[in-house]
Design a protein around this ligand. Structure first.
Ligand SMILES: [Zn+2]
Ligand SMILES: [Zn+2]
Length: 136
């Protein structure tokens, strides 16, 4: 017989188990809340890297801080495509090599001038590796 009174609050285990019995991952940002549910494929449940609260937080901060900046990337002083040296950082854009705006790996990011950025989008050819001149 259980002695737990109905008025007593039973702590809710936030570490929800999925179908495979593996533990639901914790939010990588705050490390205290469970990661948000993402999608389900077959009997496997996929979670996002952050909890709902942190996703909301990062969404609102992304208005002022672009994702590439939060990933630690800094714009070059000049266009990596044509070599144009900017007088103001606003003349330069950050281009995603693979076209995936969520891939903020520094290797996926290139500094291009507004001119070249527009050209890249018009041509839709993507970046040609042959155009790259490595300086580091
Ligand atoms: Zn969180
Ligand atoms: Zn350029």
């Amino acid at each position: 017989m259980s002695k737990i009174k109905s008025t007593e609050k039973v702590p809710i285990n936030i570490y929800v188990l999925n179908g495979n019995g593996s533990q639901r991952p914790l939010c990588q940002e705050c490390n205290s809340k469970p990661a948000a549910y993402n999608y389900r494929r077959g009997d496997k449940i996929y979670y996002r890297k952050k909890c709902d609260a942190c996703i909301r937080k990062s969404n609102s901060s992304s208005i002022t801080t672009p994702a590439w900046q939060r990933s630690g990337y800094t714009k070059q002083k000049s266009c990596e495509m044509c070599g144009f040296t900017a007088q103001h950082p606003h003349q330069l854009d950050v281009y995603y090599l693979d076209g995936n705006m969520t891939n903020n790996n520094n290797r996926n990011l290139k500094t291009v001038c507004a001119n070249c950025n527009r050209l890249l989008h018009v041509k839709k050819q993507g970046w040609r590796q042959g155009d790259l001149v490595s300086d580091n």
